[in-house]
Design a protein around this ligand. Structure first.
Ligand code: NDP
Ligand code: 2IT
Length: 447
């Protein structure tokens, strides 16, 4: 094995033995390491400075108990996490996920992805992620509030506008950010707006932050299609999920001329050949926190699908629910039905085997760290507004978001070309993000 490849293999072996059983973290690391050979060849100084070995080890990991009392007076105990991965480019930055599946491996994989994603935005943010195995489904507002207050009663000592700035992710929206912010403010006696992003606009939140991930994804897809002399106009699009990212991706895809014909939640998927009715979907999933089947019940031409959402014929597929939701079988169905672009709204929703299937068939594949970076980019814009005590208009923020997404698109395309792999967005994203972090790590010494 050539020396560089051996070194990368050694790093991977160290990661797997040091993080036993953390499969999703291994998967995320391997996907990046596989891109780095050519860049290390050109930059031996990165190897000498141990950049890759430092990059795969979080700077700090916090695990804590979160006790709270439910509406029946029973004591509940959850586990809280915050993995502060990299502060090379700015304060640790990344969301909090509340979902029963959350464990240390999940948070590590998400934190690792966040480092290169945040680097790609070109903004001053490091990478981190956190969350809890708390399940907000079926919980009253009062229970969610008590849980969030308990969670922040520990987390407050680790976060701060210059230290670590959490935001939302699965199961964490403006409601949860509000309860977390209120408790932080009470404990510290500081209205430190920049400690969290995704706040409500009346109390320091940025306009368009809620919409930003989905909107950014749609902008990115438009740019990909434009690069192929095409557009979203008249395209059939399938979007998995029906949460924050999915709903706003659907909204912007429709505004840009595409038609979303299917979406899903963890209980199934709905097919609506007329195009998803966004108002109804928002009512069902956001206002009532209901099941996707209620959407199908209320629309004449819509029906619940059987099998997999990836069997619904489409030109563009946007997995926006969760990790490893699109496997090789799903990818094969997409290919068979003529899909030409897959762009990840979720973090790592496509399995490595599925990526291989898409690649071999010539489908353009855009990884989440590029395609879903609009959310965290707008979080960074929220931090800028908080620092200057300004509040920008929705138009202003959306134009900035569009520019960030276009710049990430350009960085992926030009980097992939530079490294002899035109059209390989995954390689372009990994190398462009890595190079920005690596140069800053060199400048800052061995820390
Ligand atoms: P939400 O909690 O708002 O929505 C998640 C959606 O995914 C829900 O519709 C949920 O269904 C569905 N879902 C969850 N697990 C599964 C599953 N196993 N099978 C099918 N559907 C499932 O989360 P977000 O929209 O915020 O996040 C979605 C993805 O996007 C995550 O990977 C997240 O990390 C990523 N992301 C989020 C960003 C943000 O700004 N929010 C930014 C960048 C990436 P149900 O309602 O049944 O639970
Ligand atoms: O995965 C992600 O990029 C997010 N959940 C958004 C993080 C943020 O800090 O806005």
């Amino acid at each position: 094995m050539p020396e560089l490849e051996q070194r990368l293999q050694d790093v991977y072996d160290e990661v797997t033995s040091r993080n036993r059983g953390d499969d999703v973290f291994h998967q995320a690391v391997l996907e990046v390491l596989e891109s780095l050979g050519p860049v290390l060849e050109r930059h031996p100084e990165y190897v000498d400075a141990g950049v890759v070995r430092r990059l795969v080890e979080p700077e700090r990991q916090v695990v804590f108990r979160v006790p709270w009392v439910d509406d029946d007076g029973r004591v509940r105990v959850n586990r809280g996490f915050r993995v502060e991965f990299s502060s090379t480019l700015g304060p640790y930055k990344g969301g909090l996920r509340f979902h029963p599946s959350v464990d240390v491996a999940t948070v590590k994989f998400l934190g690792f992805e966040q480092v290169l994603k945040n680097a790609l935005t070109g903004l001053s943010i490091g990478g981190g992620k956190g969350g809890s195995d708390f399940d907000p489904k079926g919980r009253s507002d009062a229970e969610v509030m008590r849980f969030c207050q308990s969670f922040m009663t520990e987390l407050y000592r680790h976060v701060g506008e210059h230290t670590d700035v959490p935001a939302g992710d699965q199961g964490v929206s403006t409601r949860e950010i509000g309860y977390l912010f209120g408790q932080y403010k009470r404990i510290t006696n500081r209205f430190e707006a920049g400690v969290l992003t995704g706040k409500g606009p009346a109390w320091g939140g940025s306009r368009i932050r809620t919409e930003a991930t989905g909107y950014g994804l749609a902008f990115f897809v438009r740019d990909v299609l434009e690069a192929h002399d095409s557009s979203l106009d008249g395209k059939r699009v399938v979007v998995s999920g029906s949460g924050n990212v999915a709903i706003h991706a659907i909204e912007k895809v429709h505004q840009l001329g595409g038609t979303v014909v299917a979406c899903s939640d963890s209980s199934g998927f709905v097919v609506d050949e007329d195009g998803i009715d966004l108002e109804l979907l928002k009512q069902v999933k956001l206002e009532r926190r209901g099941r996707i089947a209620e959407y199908a019940e209320q629309r004449d031409r819509a029906a619940m699908g059987s099998g997999s959402i990836w069997e619904v014929p489409c030109d563009v597929a946007l997995p926006c629910a969760t990790q490893n939701e699109l496997d090789d079988k799903g990818a094969a169905s997409l290919v068979e039905n003529g899909c030409t672009v897959v762009a990840e709204g979720a973090n790592m929703p496509t399995t490595p085997e599925a990526v291989d299937v898409l690649r071999e068939a010539g489908v353009t594949f855009v990884p989440g760290k590029a395609a879903n970076a609009g959310g965290v980019a707008t979080s960074a814009l929220e931090m800028q507004q908080n620092a200057s005590r300004e509040s920008w208009t929705a138009d202003d923020v959306e134009r900035r978001l569009e520019t960030v997404m276009r710049d990430i698109h350009t960085a992926c395309v030009t980097t992939a070309e530079e490294y002899g792999a035109p059209g390989d967005y995954a390689l372009g994203a990994n190398i462009a993000g890595f190079t920005r972090v690596a140069d800053a790590m060199l400048a800052q010494g061995v820390v």
